[in-house]
Design a protein. Structure first.
Length: 571
């Protein structure tokens, strides 16, 4: 008998395994669901998706791909008071941008409003649901606490006929908002608060973005979610851990309705990032208060914000794969997300020289009418990317921070009487610093160059301790550059103990705008949606909203410094 391990036909070679994929594999081996795997990504259209949703998207669509199934995109549009078509459009765009396709399987909970009502009537007829007329305040009082059981509503024992009549009148619009609620009849003494006669339908006379004014009652999430899963034939309902206590209710509804399809709910840990908030409510507050420029502000953890900043779909997918799928909540250092894009761009991004805070340099002994082109490497990590031509002339720009008039010992860059190398060009020596008579600020440097040092070391063997980037003043492209940092000063701004008022923890230096930057001219011919390394400065992306050919605007995606290695050592 052959005891060698056999390949699992349900698992593709090289696919990462975790407890959810193992659970699905066990279901397939047991013959459940006729060998089908159908997952879903069910966002509420009440805001833009963020990086935490990206993890769920990658997981649900990834599982469908791994097991040759399919993943539905379904909008849980059961609360029209907070939903907008703008959010729906943005969610579709984000899912597609991440590289996933739902095909023909786009659904809305509103597709099922009539069926959900029919299911509610079935529960009323079975004596498992009733119309409650307590106010919202009274319902909270009757609900009890974690240590005290709840009390039965005085309307709990209404007759089936009365409940059917009231529910029909609720649906017909006879009552005002809050007058009645349809509740499941379960157990007001349950240790799980979600099982204490939860609401199923409430009156809400608000226009719906898809159904208009056709409905004045709307289903609650816990009821609509599981039943919608069942209607669509979902086999595995993958949720974050906050829904673990809702799973008994999910199962109760489906068991009480005796549906033919009962999906298996499995929970995983949600994604939390340092220096970031993931609450839609808090993100909406940032937008509404003008703390950021919008949902797509590059400082936001939204997928649209990350896209506008310059992150790539592959870097986010790789990040989600790296953090894995766990059963316990934890916080991931944002350095790992930065490492994912930095690692990708280090291999793929072409290099350019850009001076963010220009200081003019005049080469006194360089002919005024002379210009030349020097060879520069496009990407040292990929020789196949070749070289480019960089113009050189008498007047250049270097970074202001690369010159000090009275430097300390550990400063090796340009200073009076000191020689440095210009990258790909020549050795230069500073002979004079020209100052503004009024302010005393250095405005211009007069230097000499050594024509024998073009593109390399000095023939006499002398060495310099610093190499500076630069651009030719007459050829450089003027641009605006935006430097982004963490939006919050505290590692856990969502923690009320660490940051009682999260908006008070906003980093005042999270955005620095530099208006008079100069970039070598080759940037004009670069792809508009390309990502570049500006040497010594970081990785950059042309802002898709504000950038134009007349005046490009570049967002710094991430700096060159990688702190992830330090994070791993600490771990």
């Amino acid at each position: 008998m052959n005891h060698e391990p056999q390949d699992d036909p349900a698992q593709e070679p090289g696919t990462p395994s975790h407890f959810i994929s193992e659970a699905i594999r066990e279901d397939l081996k047991a013959g459940k669901n006729d060998g089908r795997v159908i997952t879903r990504f069910p966002p509420e259209p009440n805001g833009y998706l963020h990086i935490g949703h990206a993890k769920s998207i990658c997981l649900n669509f990834g599982l469908a791909e791994e097991f040759h199934g399919r993943c539905h995109l379904r909008f849980d549009d059961t609360n029209p008071a907070k939903e907008e078509v703008e959010y729906i459009d943005s969610i579709k765009e984000d899912v597609r941008w991440l590289g996933f396709d739902w095909g023909e399987h786009l659904y809305y909970a509103s597709d099922y409003f009539e069926r959900l009502c029919d299911y509610a009537v079935a529960l009323i007829r079975a004596g498992k649901a009733y119309v409650c007329s307590l106010t919202a305040v009274q319902m909270r009082e009757y609900r009890g606490t974690l240590t005290e059981p709840g009390k039965d509503s005085p309307y709990r024992d209404r007759s089936i006929e009365e409940n059917l009549d009231l529910f029909g009148r609720m649906k017909a619009g006879e009552f005002e908002d809050g007058a009645h609620v349809l509740r499941a009849k379960i157990d007001m003494s349950s240790g799980n608060l979600n099982m204490r006669d939860p609401a199923m339908f409430r009156i809400l006379k608000t226009q719906h973005h898809r159904t208009g004014n056709a409905w004045c009652i709307y289903p609650m999430y816990d009821f609509a979610h599981g039943v919608s899963d069942s209607i669509e034939g979902i086999t595995h309902s993958i949720c974050t851990l906050e829904f673990e206590d809702h799973r008994p209710l999910y199962d109760w509804f489906l068991d009480a309705l005796q549906v033919s399809c009962h999906p298996r709910q499995i929970e995983f840990a949600r994604l939390n990032l340092t220096y970031t908030v993931m609450s839609k409510r808090k993100l909406l507050k940032l937008v509404e208060e003008g703390r950021v420029s919008g949902w797509d502000d590059p400082r936001m953890p939204t997928i649209s914000g990350l896209r506008r900043r310059g992150y790539t779909p592959s870097s986010i997918r790789n990040f989600c794969e790296r953090i894995g799928v766990a059963k316990r909540n934890s916080t991931v250092d944002v350095a790992l997300l930065e490492h994912s894009i930095r690692e990708e761009l280090n291999r793929s991004a072409p290099r350019f020289m850009a001076v963010l805070q220009p200081l003019k340099v005049v080469l006194l002994n360089y002919p005024g009418d002379q210009e030349e082109e020097l060879d520069a490497v496009n990407n040292p990590e990929d020789p196949g990317m070749g070289t480019r031509k960089v113009p050189f002339s008498k007047v250049l720009y270097i970074e202001k921070e690369d010159f000090m008039e009275d430097p300390p010992k550990q400063f090796f860059r340009l200073a009076p009487g000191r020689e440095v190398r210009l990258r790909y060009a020549y050795y230069i020596t500073c002979v004079k610093a020209v100052k503004d008579e009024r302010t005393g600020e250095v405005t211009e440097l007069h230097c000499t160059y050594d024509p024998l040092t073009r593109g390399g070391d000095a023939p006499d063997g002398r060495k310099v301790k610093a190499t500076l980037h630069w651009v030719s003043a007459g050829h450089a492209v003027s641009s605006e550059i935006r430097l982004y940092d963490h939006l919050f000063t505290k590692p856990n701004p969502g923690d009320e103990k660490e940051c009682p008022d999260f908006s008070a923890c906003i980093n005042p230096g999270s955005l620095v705008v530099l208006k008079d930057c100069r970039i070598e001219p080759g940037i004009s011919a670069a792809p508009k949606d390309g990502r570049f390394q500006f040497e010594r400065q970081g990785y950059f992306y042309a802002d898709p909203v504000d950038s134009c050919s007349e005046r490009p605007v570049f967002n710094r995606i991430v700096s060159l410094k990688d702190t992830y290695a330090k994070v791993r050592k600490k771990g």
